[in-house]
Design a protein around this ligand. Structure first.
Ligand code: IPM
Ligand code: MG
Length: 403
């Protein structure tokens, strides 16, 4: 996996930050640029196939414009995989993903599978993919886009200029802890999961977060519930040790998760990079996304120590609008941009995709989720939005990005 944090993470890179190589090997090793890449496409469920098609069209235009190849090969995940293979993440999908340079995922889930036993639910496929591919770090950027400020439910002055990165641990915590289950005790059912983190799991995510923060605004807020939970006390101790020892350029603070949920709405501009465990990150990243106006705009990257990363929108599969040409493909297109940056060493192409998305917003076209009454914009469908992005990819000027 090639997470070239220095060049890629954010425009607000701090010039004084020591390079990650001075800190020893990073979980985010560099990738070399190639003329041709193998990418596994996982369209999944609900609106997944539609947004995948729109994104594929955009990537086709990008390859043509920039003279490189993406060999996109589909595989099954989620409900689609349950229907065909009776397994939400079949082994052949895992093998194909592991053999690729990168993986682009749309979304999974739907009412149809909601009552299945847990191991036959689409969500289990997603969790299995994260675990088996070792994707322990999930980067979820929430950057307010000027053209969409009025799509947020929050006041303009609160969200203008917000640029938060949530670094969520993705393969531990109560999501994967054992023992777990529902038993009958003294004649009543008792349900339980185990919130558990080992020192090494905390250390490796703290290192990724330290890297990310040092290349952004240099501020890292670690979120926990150390006033109540022992697992959070360990989290706080280990994050403090790692950042104090190896990231002296990073300004570390700690916040309880309930306070963080409140502060994100009260004054989000106080945050630069947030690091937290799996369940807190799940909740806070959804909250952070609403600062931006719509979950339909937010990409994410899931990465491991090595091997391909998985790039996917933060939103779900929206089964209520599936097949109606109403979905917003922009989060998946922006996820493809993250893939180009972090896995495929193509930062200029990634920038072109981001610029093309912005050009569509400037042009005044909107899918339903980001359309406001009386905004004077034109309501378009998923297909039209994809075509518009592709058009801009063909014609916009490309920016040079220095390494
Ligand atoms: C997410 C989702 C998943 C999670 C679900 C679908 C299992 O909410 O990626 O945030 O809880 O991690
Ligand atoms: Mg979630």
């Amino acid at each position: 996996m090639k997470l070239y944090i220095a060049a890629l993470l954010v425009a607000s890179a701090s010039a004084f930050a020591p390079s990650s190589t001075m800190r020893g090997p990073s979980a985010l090793d560099a990738v070399s640029k190639k003329d041709s890449y193998d990418v596994t496409l996982l369209p999944g469920d609900g609106i997944g196939p539609e947004i995948t098609e729109a994104t594929t069209k955009v990537l086709g235009a990008l390859c043509k414009r920039c003279g490189f190849e993406l060999n996109l090969k589909e595989a099954l995940i989620g409900g689609a995989a349950i229907d065909e293979k009776n397994d939400p993440f079949p082994d052949e999908t895992l093998q194909q993903c592991l053999g690729s340079d990168s993986v682009l995922l749309a979304c999974i889930g739907g009412y149809k599978w909601d009552t299945n036993p847990r191991e036959l639910r689409p969500e289990s496929g997603l969790l299995k993919m994260r675990k088996e591919m070792g994707l322990f770090a999930n980067l979820r950027p929430a950057k307010v886009i000027d053209q969409l400020i009025d799509a947020s439910t929050l006041k303009r002055e609160v969200i203008e200029g917000v640029d938060v990165m949530v670094v969520r641990e993705l393969t531990g915590d109560v999501y994967f802890g054992t023992p777990k289950g529902i038993d009958v005790v003294d004649g009543q059912r008792v349900g339980y999961n185990n919130m558990i983190y080992s020192e090494s799991e905390i250390e490796r995510i703290a290192r990724v977060a330290g890297d990310v923060a040092s290349k952004r605004g240099g501020k890292l807020c670690s979120v926990d519930k150390a006033n109540v939970l022992d697992v959070s006390q360990l989290w706080r101790d280990v994050v403090t040790e790692v950042i104090t020892k190896d990231f002296s350029d990073v300004d570390l603070s700690h916040m309880y998760v309930d306070n963080c949920a409140m502060q994100l709405i009260r004054w989000p501009k106080q945050f630069d990079t947030i690091v937290c465990g799996n369940i807190f990150g799940d909740i806070l990243s959804d909250e952070a996304s609403m600062l931006v106006g719509s979950l339909g705009m937010l990409p994410s990257a899931s990465i491991g120590e090595s091997g391909p990363g998985v790039f996917e929108p933060c939103h779900g599969s929206a089964p209520d609008i599936a097949g109606e040409n109403k979905a917003n493909p922009l989060a998946m297109i922006l996820s493809a941009a993250m893939m180009l940056k972090y896995d495929l060493a193509r930062p200029e192409e990634a920038q072109l995709l981001e610029d093309a998305v912005e050009a569509c917003l400037d042009q005044g076209i909107r899918t339903a989720d980001i359309k406001q009454d009386g905004d004077g914009c034109e309501l378009v469908g998923c297909v039209e939005m994809g075509e518009a992005v592709a058009k801009h990819v063909e014609t916009l000027e490309m920016k040079t990005i220095s390494a």
